[in-house]
Design a protein around this ligand. Structure first.
Ligand SMILES: C[S@@+](CC[C@H](N)C(=O)[O-])C[C@H]1O[C@@H](n2cnc3c(N)ncnc32)[C@H](O)[C@@H]1O
Length: 177
């Protein structure tokens, strides 16, 4: 019914409200950051991470009119949750950028593991995974295995996929029960 990224946005729209704090763990060109920034409004706050300065520069241009974003040139392995109510990972490489610089299974897993360790109630984690390219497939497998083995007593883990497509992108969400 929905493309994966549209579903991710719908879930975020449902979950976040004005004044909230949220994290874009993969800023890229800043489309997801812009969406989050508009959802939480001027009283809210967005922290947006990327390892590529080129991505952050592009995102800053797209978000030039937004006053509630802090861009952080750092890997999401080191992200600080603070009072965030949502964290979004839109994995993969920068569209129209260097395809060799892509999110990697090991650092993506570390980032998600760190968040899980300190996850509070009502904090939504959303991951959009792209198994259609080589690194993306490894990453998708590693993260799926990790998420699917989280305790069902503690966490609600959900997966959504446009399943009539080979290697279709898919979404995993996690929230503490
Ligand atoms: C698919 S793009 C994200 C799309 C973006 N959210 C948008 O709306 O345009 C993935 C981004 O993740 C970044 N990235 C790769 N490894 C990262 C890491 N360890 N920490 C943070 N960002 C990373 C890449 O540089 C790339 O810009």
């Amino acid at each position: 019914m929905y493309k994966i990224i549209e579903l991710a946005h719908l879930m975020l729209q449902q979950h976040l409200t004005l004044g909230d704090v949220a994290i874009d763990a993969t800023c890229g060109n800043g489309h997801d950051t812009l969406f989050l920034s508009q959802l939480v409004g001027e009283t809210g706050k967005i922290y947006s991470y990327d390892i590529q300065l080129a991505a952050l520069e592009s995102a800053k241009i797209l978000n030039a009119n937004q006053n509630n974003i802090t861009f952080i040139h750092q890997s999401h392995e080191f992200l600080e949750l603070n009072d965030a109510k949502a964290v979004v990972f839109n994995f993969g490489y920068l569209p129209n950028g260097d395809k060799s610089i892509t999110t990697k299974a090991s650092s993506s897993l570390t980032a998600v593991e760190n968040i899980i360790k300190e996850l509070k109630d009502n904090v939504l984690i959303i991951m959009v995974l792209y198994p259609g390219h080589k690194e993306g497939k490894i990453e998708a497998d590693v993260l799926s295995e990790f998420c699917n083995n989280l305790s069902s007593k503690e966490f609600l883990v959900s997966t959504y996929k446009n399943s009539n497509q080979n290697n279709a992108p898919f979404l995993i969400s996690i929230i503490k029960k």
